[in-house]
Design a protein around this ligand. Structure first.
Ligand SMILES: [Zn+2]
Length: 244
């Protein structure tokens, strides 16, 4: 079954704009797998190749020179496992996204979004991204989406979030009505496999490499997103509700 825009034959499109290889799997892998399985077109714009990652495998099997190519290969495999059909790197150096001139980054992202015409964009929130690269790409993407409002009226922006912590959004300065909860119970195995695809970064996490059934059980059954723009849809459980 392919999910489509209401009364039209075009598939639903989702674009992620993130900072590093592994952001997609760690934070919203279940949601990606869910919509990909329903036939949505999923694309990922990744600012860097994560070449400054501190983890080198366990035992170490990667070094600073081999890391960019290795992490790219790991991300391509994660994309295959999750159903992301289109991957684009912006070629920014890892840990330096915040040093990019914002207006230039906004224009780059606008070009990517104009080309893909997504119904849903997922990125980091500029304040609670948890890493300077995350906050910088989130800020630029938020501005890009605001500037494209007229051109792409179907576009709805969501911020990815800290999972279960978002059961109490007030703690982070958001309203309960802004929270969209996606049930990923059936996608936890795909999420686990995509974590493992990023082997250089996840091998140190022993719990992730235990028996599959146990690992799957330990994943949360929901992923949470923050609706960027009012009017908010309280209790929303589908990122594409606005176009279906
Ligand atoms: Zn990251």
């Amino acid at each position: 079954m392919t999910i489509q825009v209401r009364n039209k034959k075009e598939p639903l499109r989702l674009t992620l704009v993130l900072a590093h290889p592994d952001d997609e799997s760690f934070i919203c892998g279940g949601t990606i797998a869910k919509y990909a399985a329903l036939g949505a077109d999923i694309s990922l714009v990744c600012a860097t190749k994560g070449e400054m990652g501190r983890r080198m495998g366990n035992p170490p099997f990667v070094n600073r020179e081999t890391m960019p190519a290795l992490r790219e290969a790991e991300l391509r495999e994660a994309c295959r496992l999750l159903g992301i059909g289109d991957l684009r790197f912006l070629g920014i150096r890892d840990k330096l996204v915040e040093c990019e001139p914002v207006s230039q980054l906004v224009e780059t992202i606008k070009t990517e979004l104009r080309f893909r015409k997504p119904h849903v964009v997922l990125t980091f929130h500029e304040r609670i991204g948890g890493h300077p690269d995350h906050c910088a790409i989130g800020l630029a993407t938020t501005r890009a989406c605001a500037e494209l409002k007229r051109e792409l009226p179907q576009l709805r922006l969501y911020f990815i979030s800290f999972g279960e912590a978002m059961k109490r959004p007030e703690k982070y300065g958001f309203r309960k009505e802004q929270i969209t909860r996606i049930d990923i119970t059936d996608q936890r195995r795909s999420k686990m496999l995509s974590f493992r695809a990023h082997r250089s970064q996840t091998e140190l996490d022993k719990s992730l490499w235990g028996p599959d059934d146990r690992v799957v059980r330990e994943f949360g059954t929901n992923e949470y997103f923050i609706q960027a723009d009012a009017p908010y849809r309280p209790g929303e459980t589908d990122l594409f509700a606005h176009v279906k």
